[in-house]
Design a binder for this molecule. Structure first.
Ligand SMILES: [Fe+2]
Length: 309
């Protein structure tokens, strides 16, 4: 879409609902997040980047509520005028201004501006990698600290729908998302999945902030957070396994998006992903089309049979 209402700059965080905030805080801490704020009825977890939070759990019955995107205050004014939706002051921790929309599938889609920025947290570093072409590390020993992964930021959400065309058009027209890769069964002009990224012009941007899959149902696929690096992703598996977290799929490297991935199930039953080393595209990168039979991984195990991701 060449003339969307606005162009969001990034995806910010997902909102979930669950019955026990203590259980969620314990799990998410082990997943690599840090408590940013907690109220009587909501939990806000941050990563190491400056975002006030990258995951929200509201107290209530188990549910996925929706996704929030970042934009400027001027974008919010444009969006408010175009959609007839008010700009509200966000009364939650982190504050900011917010426009609350509903996508054609009923997902709550928020666009937020001027939210509080926190001091980034220091990431545990490690020595440089040696490989077959380059051996920059000599004498210095490689030692990886044990402990949960270090979640940096929210990376992408995946939503399942009964109509890719309708939903993808809405995200393109409303939020300015661009298509990165389509997936099709037989006809490239009849895609059943679209990876979508933010339009940031020449600024390299994650291959996808949103993946829409036409599966005949309307629900969340998964949500994914970027971690510090490959060692961090691998080391972070141990605390999750030690506390009985259900591992779902990984470790592998996807083809579309290119990221190294590892999928887990959270206490609510949702699929959460750790990833690192994504492909970055710019706005001028054209949409590509891929047969779903071309495979999903460059390496790593096949997905579980229930394809619940
Ligand atoms: Fe993912």
């Amino acid at each position: 879409m060449s003339n969307p209402i606005i162009k969001v700059s990034d995806i910010a965080f997902p909102r979930f609902q669950g019955p026990d905030l203590d259980v969620m805080e314990a799990y998410l801490t082990n997943f690599g997040m840090i408590r940013s704020a907690r109220t009587d009825d909501a939990l806000y977890m941050r990563g190491t980047d400056a975002d006030h939070h990258v995951h929200v759990t509201h107290l209530g019955e188990v549910a996925f509520i929706g996704l929030t995107f970042n934009a400027t205050r001027a974008d919010l004014e444009t969006l408010s005028q175009a959609t007839g939706t008010p700009i509200e002051s966000c009364t939650e921790p982190g504050g900011g201004l917010i426009v609350r929309l509903t996508d054609p599938d009923g997902n709550r889609i928020e666009v937020i501006a001027d939210a509080e920025r926190l001091t980034p947290l220091e990431i545990r570093s490690h020595a440089a990698y040696n490989n077959g072409q380059s051996r920059p590390r000599a004498v210095e020993l490689q030692r990886i600290a044990a402990g949960p992964s270090q979640v940096k930021r929210f990376g992408h959400g995946v939503i399942k729908t009964t109509s890719l065309a309708r939903l993808a058009d809405w995200y393109s027209n409303t939020l300015g998302l661009l298509g990165s890769d389509d997936m099709y069964v037989e006809d490239p002009e009849q895609p059943i999945g679209r990876f979508m990224r933010c339009d940031r012009g020449d600024i390299p941007t994650d291959h996808h902030s949103l993946l829409i899959l036409e599966t005949g149902e309307t629900r969340l696929g998964h949500c994914a957070w970027e971690v510090a690096d490959f060692d961090d992703l691998m080391a972070g598996r141990e605390p999750l396994l030690a506390t009985g977290a259900r591992h779902y799929w990984g470790v592998g490297r996807h083809i579309l998006g290119g990221q190294i991935f590892d999928y887990w199930k959270d206490p609510l039953g949702f699929t959460l992903e750790h990833w690192t080393d994504t492909d970055l595209l710019v706005a001028s990168t054209p949409l590509n089309k891929h047969s779903i039979f071309a495979g999903i991984n460059q390496w790593g195990p096949n997905p579980p049979a229930d394809l619940d991701f």
